[in-house]
Write a protein that binds this ligand. Structure first.
Ligand code: ATP
Length: 574
C-alpha cells in the first residue's frame, strides 16, 4: 500500500491522465453492474408476465447495449491513459536511476554487479507499469464492485445479502495469509533474477578469459545453476499459490450454497421471487470476485513492489562522494595540488594511504613510483574524487576539492588510464568525447599530437571508422593513442597519466613521450609508470612505500640517495 502511494505521489506529473483513467475505470465498472440486473428484470417479465413484454424486453436489450458500449469505452480509455502515465513514469524512473548511478562513487560500482545495476534500470523500473496500469486500477475496480454490488444485493434482499457476507471474513483471512506468505517468495525470486543478469553480464565481459582458461563448461553450469534457482524460487511461490487456491474456491462456493439453501426457503415463504434469486446469484459471483482476487492483486503488487524496492533502494543510496549544496564552481586553475594528512582505505582496516602529505607545484611533472599495489593509482584517483579520503584533504590552488562542484573539478583534470575504455562509435566521436565543444581541427590536432593520425588515416573510413564495442577492432597501442588524443583535446590544467604508454612499443612510446612532454610543459602532470626510463626527466619523483611517501626528489638526487628508487632503477637497468 505504502509503495502504491509512493508511486502515485511520485507520478504526480501524470495526474491528469490518471484522472481520466480513473474516470474510465469507474464508468466501465458501474456499466458492468447492469447485466445481472437485466437478467433479473427479464426473468421477472417471464415469471410475472406483462402486457408490453416485447417493448420492455427491447428496453432491457437497449440498456444492455448502452452499458456494454460504456464498458468498452471506459476500459479503452482507462487502459490507454493509465498506460500513458505508467510508461512515462517508468521512463522518468529509468532516467533518475541512471542519473543516480552517475553520482555514485567508484566504491559503489566496485561492490555492485554491472548486470544487477542494468537489471534495475531495464526490468525493475518496469514494475512501476504493473503498479500504475494494473494493480491500482484493479484495486479501484475491486472496491467499486464490492461496494456497488453489495448495495445492489441489499436492494434485492437484505436477509440474503447478510447471509452472503458470512463467508467474507474467511475469504479475506485466506487471501491475506496467502499474500503474506507470497511476498518474501517473490522478493527472493526478484533477487535471483538480478543475480542471473549480473552473472551473464560479467561473463560476456570476461568471455576472452573464459575461452583462454577453457572455463566454458563451469560457467555454463554456473548460469544453469542460477537459472534453476530462479525456476525453484518461482515454483516455490507458485506451488503455494496454486495449493491455496482450491481453499478459496471452496469457501466461495460455500457462500453460494448458503444463499441457495436460504433463498429456496424464502421462495417458499414468498419473501423473494425466482427473479430475485437468479439476479442475486448472478451478482454473487461479482461480489466475491474482489475478495477472491485480493490475494492475486496483493501478489501482483508484491512482485511489482519487490522490483520497485530495488529501484528505490538505489535512489535512496547515500552518495559517498557528495557534492555540497552550495558548492562553488572551480575556475580554470593554475594546477597546484596539495595532499594534506590524507588517509584512505577501500575497506575498513586495509589502509592504503596514511597521513600522506605531498605538495605539487603548478606546471610541474611529478612521477609516482613504487612497487605494485602500493597505492599510486589510488592516490591519483583521489584528485578527481573517484573516492574521498577518510581523513585529510586535497586542495587544488588552495581550494578544498570537496567545496567545488564535481563537474568543475573534473573539467580541470584530464586522465589517461591504464585500461582504456572506448565507446562503440567512430574514431572521431571517441576523441571528441574529451571535450564537448571541440572543433574538427582540434580533434585532428589532438590525434596528431598523440601520434594517432597516421593509423587513423589508413583506416577504411578514416575518422569515421566504427571501432566496435570497447574498441575491439583496435590494437592495444591504438586504443591507448586514442585515449591520449582524447585527454590532449581536453586541455585541462592537470594531466594524470596512469601507465598511459604501457601498451606501446618502445619506438611509439618514445614518440608519444615527446608529445606528452610537450603538452605537460604548461600543466601539472602526474605520471605513473613502471618503466622508470619514461619518468627520468620528471621534475619530481615521489616514491611510495608502505602507506606513505618514502623518498622524493629528482632522478639524480634519488640515485645519489641510494635508496628505494636507486635500487628499483638499478634492477630495471640490469
Ligand atoms: N577498488 C578497489 N577496492 C578495494 N581495494 C582496492 C581497489 N583498488 C585497489 N585496491 C587495493 O589498494 C591497494 C593500492 O592499489 P593501487 O591500484 O592504488 O596500487 P598501484 O600502486 O597503482 O598498483 P599498480 O602499480 O599495480 O597499478 C592495493 O592493495 C589494491 O589491492
Amino acid at each position: 500500500m505504502r509503495m502504491a502511494w509512493r508511486v502515485l505521489v511520485e507520478a504526480r506529473k501524470y495526474w491528469v491522465q490518471l484522472g481520466i483513467g480513473f474516470a474510465g475505470v469507474v464508468i466501465a465498472t458501474i456499466a458492468g453492474f447492469y447485466l445481472p440486473w437485466a437478467l433479473r428484470s427479464l426473468t421477472q417479465l417471464a415469471t410475472e408476465g406483462s402486457s408490453h413484454f416485447a417493448a420492455e424486453a427491447l428496453t432491457i436489450g437497449l440498456l444492455l447495449l448502452a452499458s456494454t458500449l460504456l464498458q468498452a469505452i471506459g476500459s479503452s480509455l482507462s487502459g490507454y491513459m493509465n498506460h500513458y502515465a505508467a510508461l512515462h513514469y517508468v521512463a522518468d524512473l529509468r532516467t533518475r536511476l541512471y542519473g543516480k548511478y552517475q553520482q555514485m562513487s567508484l566504491r559503489y560500482f566496485n561492490r555492485s554487479r554491472t548486470g544487477d545495476l542494468t537489471g534495475r534500470v531495464v526490468n525493475d523500473a518496469m514494475e512501476a507499469e504493473i503498479f500504475i496500469a494494473h494493480a491500482i486500477p484493479d484495486f479501484v475496480v475491486n472496491v467499486l464492485t464490492f461496494v456497488g454490488v453489495g448495495i445492489l444485493l441489499l436492494t434485492i434482499n437484505v436477509k440474503l445479502a447478510l447471509i452472503s457476507l458470512i463467508t467474507i471474513p474467511l475469504l479475506l483471512a485466506i487471501t491475506i495469509w496467502q499474500s503474506k506468505r507470497l511476498s518474501p517468495m517473490w522478493r527472493e525470486n526478484s533477487r535471483v533474477r538480478g543475480e542471473i543478469a549480473g552473472k551473464v553480464q560479467e561473463n560476456m565481459s570476461g568471455i576472452k578469459e573464459i575461452q583462454i582458461f577453457n572455463r566454458q563448461q563451469e560457467e555454463q553450469s554456473n548460469v544453469s545453476r542460477l537459472a534453476l534457482k530462479h525456476t525453484k524460487t518461482y515454483l516455490h511461490a507458485s506451488l503455494f499459490y496454486e495449493t491455496s487456491k482450491p481453499l478459496l474456491a471452496f469457501v466461495t462456493a460455500l457462500g453460494t450454497v448458503l444463499v441457495v439453501i436460504v433463498g429456496g426457503r424464502l421462495i417458499g415463504t414468498g419473501e423473494v421471487s425466482i427473479a430475485d434469486i437468479i439476479g442475486f446469484i448472478a451478482y454473487l459471483g461479482m461480489f466475491y470476485n474482489p475478495v477472491k482476487s485480493f490475494s492475486g492483486l496483493m501478489e501482483m503488487a508484491g512482485k511489482a513492489g519487490a522490483g520497485l524496492k530495488r529501484v528505490f533502494d538505489v535512489l535512496e543510496e547515500v552518495e559517498d562522494v557528495p557534492e555540497k549544496r552550495h558548492a562553488i564552481t572551480l575556475p580554470r586553475i593554475q594546477g597546484r595540488i596539495v595532499f594534506q594528512d590524507v588517509s584512505f582505505a577501500y575497506q575498513d582496516g586495509l589502509t592504503v594511504l596514511e597521513k600522506l602529505n605531498l605538495t605539487i607545484e603548478p606546471g610541474r611533472t611529478v612521477a609516482l613510483v613504487g612497487t605494485t599495489g602500493v597505492g599510486k593509482t589510488t592516490l591519483a584517483s583521489l584528485v578527481n574524487r573517484f573516492y574521498d579520503p577518510q581523513v585529510g584533504s586535497i586542495q587544488l590552488d588552495d581550494i578544498d576539492i570537496r567545496d567545488v562542484t564535481l563537474a568543475s573539478l573534473r573539467d580541470n583534470i584530464s586522465m589517461v588510464l591504464q585500461d582504456t575504455f572506448l565507446f562503440d562509435g567512430s574514431v572521431y566521436d571517441n576523441i571528441a568525447y574529451g571535450w564537448k565543444g571541440a572543433a574538427q581541427e582540434d580533434v585532428v590536432a589532438a590525434a596528431k599530437a598523440a601520434k594517432a593520425h597516421d593509423f587513423i588515416a589508413l583506416m577504411e573510413q578514416g575518422y569515421h571508422t566504427i571501432i566496435g564495442e570497447r574498441g575491439v577492432r583496435l590494437s592495444g597501442g591504438q586504443k591507448q593513442r586514442l585515449s591520449i588524443a582524447r585527454a590532449i583535446l581536453r586541455n585541462a590544467p592537470i594531466l594524470i597519466l596512469d601507465e598511459a604508454t604501457s601498451a606501446l612499443d618502445t619506438k611509439t612510446e618514445h614518440e608519444i613521450q615527446e608529445a606528452l612532454d610537450e603538452i605537460s610543459k604548461d600543466r601539472t602532470t602526474l605520471v605513473i609508470a613502471h618503466r622508470l626510463s619514461t619518468i627520468r626527466h620528471a621534475d619530481q619523483i615521489v616514491v611510495l612505500e608502505g602507506t606513505g611517501v618514502a623518498e622524493t626528489g629528482t632522478h639524480d638526487e634519488l640515485i645519489r640517495l641510494g635508496g628505494i628508487y636507486a635500487r628499483l632503477y638499478a634492477t630495471q637497468a640490469s
